[in-house]
Design a protein around this ligand. Structure first.
Ligand SMILES: [Zn+2]
Length: 366
């Protein structure tokens, strides 16, 4: 940190932070933030009010320039082997320390979390990220076997797994990645919200990576998470895009809010829903190509880590679209709709999602 021409300069990797400081008071303030002074000392030495000290510290926090007062806080949660395993996580988390949260605090939140991954196709790759980053417990569910055609992208599986249950192969492989993670998987069909309620109830965060039955699988997950009030991250692919839809129950729009909004604004959604209702929908382009899946799943892993560890803010809006040909990211709101049959203010807590005809009939009601 230097002070020249009434400006403080703090070098960072993104270029210097420059703070105008005409009378040098901010510079004196920053120099006193050396870990040996208390907040009340600062107001006394600099003759400023407690609230000025607080707002100064908040500004420094915004620039991520503060270290935790107790650098070893929560370190005792980990043994030597874990400290070695997660040394790069910890190094990364050191960028985000606050006065009360050390790098170990963030990692310990991952360790004490349970994440349910519903769907172990693309979801298996998300589960791999979660195991390697140190999530304490992963519950997975799927009803498929590994097919040769999955191996172009689902790197958790190998040729030797072809024909095996995904639930079985995934568990084995996740434990090979991280034997400290508790892994529970079930070979189970998701045919209702009720069928996954027990799993959702045990999770702190849910990943929705089920695409079957079409338009129902994800809505079963949606309903179960609403009823259990669990945060949900949907991940999927549509034509040339990948998307992440974050549902914070009764705060941001849910899957049915999304579909209602899309039905109203997009004719192709209406014809898609009609084709599904009539049973004549034929899948068109499937961009499930390894680099696309790697891109999508790593962003989901990052968002889940941020949600659990709280080291850094989530994406600014609840729906993120990644245009695959140039990886352009765009963020969109999915508003919670009062007329949504699943989470709206007029809805009663229905134990199962309404059928598609009912959903469609709400299109013109506002
Ligand atoms: Zn809704």
């Amino acid at each position: 940190m230097t002070y020249q021409n009434v400006t403080i300069r703090i070098p960072t990797e993104y270029g210097p932070i420059e703070i105008p400081d005409p009378n040098g008071k901010v510079f004196s303030f920053l120099r006193l933030l050396d870990g040996t002074h208390r907040k009340e000392d600062l107001s006394r030495i600099l003759s400023i009010s407690d609230s000025e000290v607080e707002s100064g510290i908040r500004k420094i926090l915004d620039f991520r320039l503060l270290e935790c007062l107790d650098p070893d806080k929560d370190k005792n949660v980990f043994n030597e082997r874990e400290l070695l395993r997660y040394k790069n996580n910890l190094s990364y988390f050191s960028l985000y320390e606050t006065e009360t949260e050390s790098r170990f605090t963030f990692q310990s939140r991952l360790k004490s979390a349970t994440v349910a991954v519903l769907g172990l196709g693309g979801g298996s790759v998300i589960a791999a990220w979660l195991a390697s980053m140190g999530i304490g417990r992963i519950i997975g569910i799927d009803y498929d076997v590994v097919e040769l055609g999955n191996l172009n992208r689902q790197m958790l599986y190998t040729e030797g797994d072809v024909g095996r249950l995904k639930a079985e192969a995934a568990k084995e492989r996740l434990l090979m990645i991280n034997s400290d993670t508790v892994v529970e998987t079930r070979n189970q069909k998701v045919d209702s919200a009720k069928s996954i309620m027990n799993i959702v109830r045990e999770a702190d965060v849910v990943v929705g990576a089920i695409d079957w039955p079409l338009l129902y699988g994800s809505r079963y997950v949606n309903t179960a998470c609403l009823l259990e009030n669990k945060p949900l991250f949907f991940a999927g692919l549509r034509h040339g895009s990948a998307f992440i839809h974050r549902v914070l129950p009764y705060r941001t729009g849910c899957a049915d809010c999304f579909w209602l909004t899309a039905l109203r604004s997009n004719e192709s959604t209406l014809s898609f829903v009609n084709d599904v209702i009539d049973g004549v929908y034929t899948p068109q382009i499937n961009p499930a190509f390894a680099p696309n899946i790697a891109l999508l799943t790593s962003l989901v892993g990052s968002e889940i880590a941020k949600y659990i560890a709280k080291h850094s803010p989530l994406f600014p809006k609840s729906y993120t679209r990644i245009r695959l040909h140039d990886t352009e990211l765009s963020h969109h709101d999915v508003p919670r709709l009062p007329e949504c049959p699943s989470c709206g203010s007029h809805s009663i807590n229905s134990p199962e999602p309404p059928d598609l005809m009912t959903l469609k009939s709400l299109m013109n009601q506002r």
